[in-house]
Design a binder for this molecule. Structure first.
Ligand code: FES
Ligand SMILES: [Fe+2]
Length: 381
């Protein structure tokens, strides 16, 4: 953290930022072409491991989290053996959704159509009117399992059941960075889903500090230094460090007297393709998962507000609520309001390009990786 604070302070003093080698342009097609969009969804979202759920969302034995991801109903469970597993949330009898969306705890999953019953390992363990149904080998009719790994307080899943992955090679050293956040131990204060612009327009906004002063002057921009970015990359994943305004206090202070360097920077862990973990203010954290939909024009973002400790006193609850309200405002009234406007204008620029400045290296990396995945055969992660 000290190293990051030093790098941020250097930029603060010199009014500089980490930079890419040059300006990069990207065609508007990359944002609006629906064939291209469908291919990218298949190749990226349905093939690469996605962090679908926080470990703490299913911390107890016999807990679960069900959700729809793009068009795929997913059920993530933790059984008595405490192992996280993921399944298609689709009944093997005739396709009903086995578990309603959301989080909870229950002994078994009873299909709402004809009451076939599955356990947390996805096994078919009971059939209503079994004797009348006829002979059926229950072992062959378990839920379809998706590949699933738990790492760094997150549960990673591939949506295509045929795709295997190795979480360690997918995350590389980024896993160590995520581990330092200790996400598993944090308290879930709130969770909500909000509509936003298309995938790339939404994501671009998470990857630069160039817009902070202008767009977020009254919210997060009050705390961060606009256009200052310290960037570290881990394959497709990135850690962005923004400077906080309080960096100014360090200018004349000897390093030995710096207290917590984290007071002066803000870390964003950006997991490709749709995860952003943002420690904004001491003891509070925002996890954003941006999910594409069947339309290239809009996304659903699941925001989870975490606090290091469960807020107990009235004052602690208020501080956490204030943080939660501020990030909601910054995203809904500022980022996504802007993003939705961009989304509706964007096709007017067809046949032209967007440009990403040298001061927006994380945006450049992101789009380069999208292209890389689209141009690579296979899925051996
Ligand atoms: S569809 Fe699930 S029991 Fe019939
Ligand atoms: Fe923003």
């Amino acid at each position: 953290m000290l190293g990051l604070a030093k790098r941020a302070l250097e930029h603060f003093k010199n009014k500089t930022t980490d930079q890419a080698e040059g300006i990069m342009s990207n065609s508007i097609e990359a944002y609006v072409n629906s064939d291209r969009y469908q291919n990218e969804i298949e190749r990226i979202y349905k093939t690469l491991p996605l962090a679908l759920c926080l470990s703490s969302e299913i911390s107890n034995a016999n807990s679960h989290r069900a959700m729809k991801v793009i068009d795929t109903p997913v059920l993530i469970t933790r059984g008595e053996d405490m192992k996280a597993r993921a399944f298609l949330n689709v009944c093997r009898h005739r396709g009903s959704q086995v578990c309603e969306e959301g989080r909870g705890e229950k002994r078994n999953f009873i299909c709402p159509y004809h009451a076939w019953t599955y356990n947390h390992e996805g096994k078919l363990v009971g059939m209503y009117g079994e004797k009348t149904f006829g002979d059926l080998n229950k072992e062959e009719f378990g839920l379809i399992e998706l590949n699933c790994e738990e790492r760094a307080g997150l549960i990673w899943v591939t949506l295509n059941p045929k795709v295997q992955f190795d979480i360690d090679s997918w995350l590389g050293d980024f896993a160590l960075e995520l581990e330092t956040l200790n996400l598993k131990e944090w308290h879930i204060f709130d969770q909500r889903e909000i509509e936003g612009p298309g995938w790339k327009v939404a994501l671009d906004g998470y990857l630069e500090a160039y817009h902070h002063n202008q767009l977020h002057g009254d919210t997060v921009g009050k705390h961060t230094v606009g256009n200052l970015l310290v960037l570290d990359t881990y394959g497709p994943h990135q850690r962005l460090t923004f400077g906080r305004k309080s960096l100014s206090e360090l200018i004349d202070k000897p390093e030995e007297e710096w207290e917590d360097p984290l007071d002066h920077i803000r870390l964003i862990h950006s997991g490709f393709p749709n995860l952003s973990i943002s420690g904004v203010l001491g003891g509070h954290c925002l996890v954003s998962q941006i999910f594409p939909t069947s339309s290239p024009d809009f996304t659903i973002t699941r925001q989870t507000i975490l606090s290091a400790e469960e807020p107990k006193t009235k004052e602690e609850k208020k501080t956490t609520q204030d943080f939660s309200d501020m990030v909601l405002q910054a995203v809904v009234d500022e980022d996504y309001k802007m993003g939705l406007q961009i989304q509706s204008n964007i096709s007017k620029l067809e046949s032209h390009n967007f440009v990403y400045g040298k001061n927006e290296p994380a945006v450049q990396n992101y789009h380069n990786w999208v292209d890389k995945f689209m141009n690579t055969e296979g899925s051996n992660w």
